[in-house]
Structures are given as structure tokens and as C-alpha cells.
Design a protein around this ligand. Structure first.
Ligand SMILES: Cc1cc2nc3c(=O)[nH]c(=O)nc-3n(C[C@H](O)[C@H](O)[C@H](O)COP(=O)(O)O)c2cc1C
Length: 168
């Protein structure tokens, strides 16, 4: 009997005030419709080299803080970048950045790292702006609006089924 490999979609995320968390939760909800794909939602601090190497496709999602990716995500890449190098070439990924008003530096910074891993983007990076400007608004807990959560769910459904069909 042949045992077929069940593809693994690994979602690595960090979130301080909840916006990124709500996006990845909706993404995973959509991806879970494809029961033949294993969807793993993990906080960046809990992800080790083996988790990355064992996955077939990735989502990396985090906020921008002080002009760069949030420290937890940076620390994840610092720990795993060289151990993973050359073991994941060509695998697909989606990048998601939440930001108050900018986010571009974080998108560029993460794209450079993911290009170093020789990963392939499945779509343009999603840059979600929460428009928080004052310290109070920046530190307040956040929910994304329904349209963004629906887009996340649809992205999850599409990525899981494309992975299953071997489209990437
Ligand atoms: C300490 C701190 C620094 C931030 N720095 C930036 C920044 O440099 N550029 C920006 O666009 N947003 C900045 N923000 C806003 C967050 O990126 C934004 O609120 C984002 O939606 C937070 O995502 P989260 O709810 O998943 O933590 C900052 C927020 C915090 C808490």
C-alpha cells in the first residue's frame, strides 16, 4: 500500500495587538476546508528548524514595529535562517504584514530573507493598514473588518487547494 504524503501548510505569525492574529486565524479557517492538507498555525517564538523543513508551503505574518518586522519574527529568522538554508528551495509562500501607516520596509526586509531561502511568492505580499496613529490607538487591541477577514479566509482556501493540486 502506498502512503501518500499529506501536504503541510505552516503559518508562522507574531502579533502584539491582535490584527495579524485575526488575519491568520481566518486564513487557517479557510485552509481547513481542504481536509487533505495539514494546516499548522504557530507563533514565531514556538517554531523550530524542523517545523520549517517539514512544511510544504508557508505563510509568514507579522506587524511592523519601529520601521521593521516585529522582534519575535526577526528572532525566528535569526534562529532558523542558516539551519534551513538550501532545504526549502522553491517552496511557495505568502507574506502578510500589518502596519499602522507604512509597512513597506517590513515587506522588503522579509522578502529579502525569503528570497535567500529561495522560496517563491504565491501572490503579492498583503500589506494591511490599521491606520492607528496615536499611542493609544496603536496600543489598543485590534480586530480587522469583515472584508479583510473574508479575504484571508478565501486566501487560505485557495492556497490549500492549490497546494493539494500541486499547482505551485
Ligand atoms: C511598538 C510599536 C511600533 C510600531 N511601529 C510602527 C511602524 O514603524 N510603522 C507602522 O506602520 N506601524 C507601526 N506600528 C503599528 C502596528 O504595525 C499596527 O498597529 C499593526 O496593525 C499591529 O499588528 P498586530 O495587531 O498584529 O500587533 C507600531 C506598533 C507598535 C506597538
Amino acid at each position: 500500500m502506498t502512503l501518500l504524503h499529506k501536504p503541510v501548510l505552516l503559518v508562522v505569525y507574531a502579533s502584539i495587538t491582535g490584527a495579524t492574529r485575526s488575519w491568520v486565524q481566518s486564513f487557517c479557517h479557510g485552509a481547513a476546508d481542504e481536509s487533505a492538507v495539514t494546516v499548522r498555525l504557530l507563533q514565531a517564538a514556538d517554531v523550530c528548524t524542523e517545523d520549517v523543513v517539514a512544511a510544504d508551503a508557508y505563510v509568514f505574518a507579522c506587524p511592523e514595529t519601529l520601521g521593521s518586522m516585529v522582534g519575535e519574527m526577526k528572532s525566528f529568522f535569526d534562529r532558523t535562517y542558516y539551519p534551513v538554508l538550501d532545504q526549502v528551495n522553491g517552496r511557495p509562500y505568502l507574506l502578510v504584514v500589518c502596519a499602522g501607516s507604512d509597512g513597506e520596509p517590513t515587506v522588503r526586509q522579509m522578502q529579502r530573507i525569503l528570497t535567500g531561502w529561495r522560496l517563491k511568492p504565491v501572490a503579492e505580499a498583503r500589506l494591511i493598514k490599521t491606520h492607528a496613529q496615536t499611542p493609544e490607538a496603536i496600543l489598543a487591541s485590534k480586530e480587522l473588518d469583515e472584508a479583510l477577514l473574508q479575504d484571508a479566509e478565501e486566501a487560505g482556501r485557495a492556497m490549500a487547494s492549490a497546494l493539494l493540486m500541486g499547482i505551485f
